[in-house]
Design a protein around this ligand. Structure first.
Ligand code: ATP
Length: 287
């Protein structure tokens, strides 16, 4: 199974491309789409799920150009809440099942399966208006799982969740995402650093770098340092380098920072946040 994005371009307004010659081939596994605000992650997702038209380029699923029949392969969880608050969860899932064209005699079984998947089986007959934020996110995830789609497109699925709920949803995605093509757009590195098989760093409408977390951290090994400094040196370091971490140990200041040229600090193994800062962060240092 593969989903190919070829030379994809999108502009909302004339002459301003928000996706530029975007190329990537998704295969089964969890793909984390990381990038700054406005990078084009949601736009890419909306084009894949056919909410938006592309300006040019092509999308192929298993070698064939996609058309509207491709939608049955997709489960989409948008960035913003999109359920009916006055409906019960069962009514919501019934409605979405009908929209997805799921056979009538399969709907009840599907609703039971997905509600159990997201641990909301006991809440099926409660109105969404009584759900907490975390329950609503899980309800939206249940909606994406209806029809057991091959591809899950999740746009900031953990937005607004507390740390425990965030971890629970992340584990759930890892559990049900197995053998599917899963795309997760996020700004939160910890949402994907454990579960993603591949990371795509997206900036300015391009995929600027991709690979496994290990290959990405390896790619910047030698550029991340740690050092104990005096307080009055901090400003100078901030001017010259990207500080990825700063902590006080008693009165001493310990920093981790990214320096592209070799440096006197002690080299440390990078993490994904540092990969993000290295490739997607603002201009190198303040100067
Ligand atoms: N409906 C629209 N009309 C005009 N411009 C838009 C529209 N939607 C998005 N854009 C612009 O397209 C660019 C990409 O936006 P997009 O929402 O895809 O980015 P993103 O990476 O998902 O950002 P975020 O992380 O903030 O959600 C941005 O410059 C945004 O302002």
């Amino acid at each position: 199974m593969k989903l190919e994005i070829r030379n994809l371009n999108k502009s909302y307004v004339k002459d301003r491309l928000v996706l530029q010659d975007f190329n990537y081939t998704f295969v089964p596994g969890i793909h984390g789409l990381l990038g700054p605000n406005g990078a084009g992650k949601s736009t890419l997702m909306k084009i894949i799920v056919q909410i938006l038209d592309k300006t040019s380029g092509s999308i192929l699923f298993n070698e064939k150009e996609v058309d509207s029949s491709f939608l049955k392969h997709i489960g989409y969880m948008p960035q913003h809440f999109c359920l009916y608050d006055d409906f019960t969860l069962r009514e919501n899932l019934n409605y979405i099942s009908a929209l997805k064209g799921i056979m009538k005699n399969e709907i009840q079984e599907q609703i039971i399966r997905v509600s159990k998947n997201v641990d909301l089986y006991e809440n099926l007959d409660n109105k969404l208006s009584t759900f907490s934020g975390g329950m609503k996110q899980r309800a939206m995830f249940a909606q994406a799982l209806l029809g057991d789609p091959d591809i899950l497109v999740l746009d900031e699925p953990t937005a607004g969740l507390d740390p425990q709920k965030r971890i629970e949803l992340r584990n759930l995605i890892a559990k049900v995402g197995h053998q599917k093509i899963v795309l997760i757009a996020t700004h939160v590195v910890s949402d994907i650093d454990v579960i993603a098989d591949q990371i795509l760093l997206i900036k300015g409408g391009h995929c600027i770098k991709s690979g496994s977390i290990r290959s990405l951290t390896d790619s910047i090994y030698g550029s991340v340092y740690t050092k104990k400094i005096e307080r009055n040196e901090l400003e100078d370091y901030e001017d010259k380098y990207k500080i990825s971490n700063l902590s006080y140990i008693k009165d001493e200041l310990m920093i981790r920072y990214i320096a592209k040229e070799s440096h006197e600090g002690m080299t440390v193994y990078p993490d994904l946040e540092e990969v993000y800062l290295y490739y997607c962060g603002d201009a190198y240092g303040k100067k």
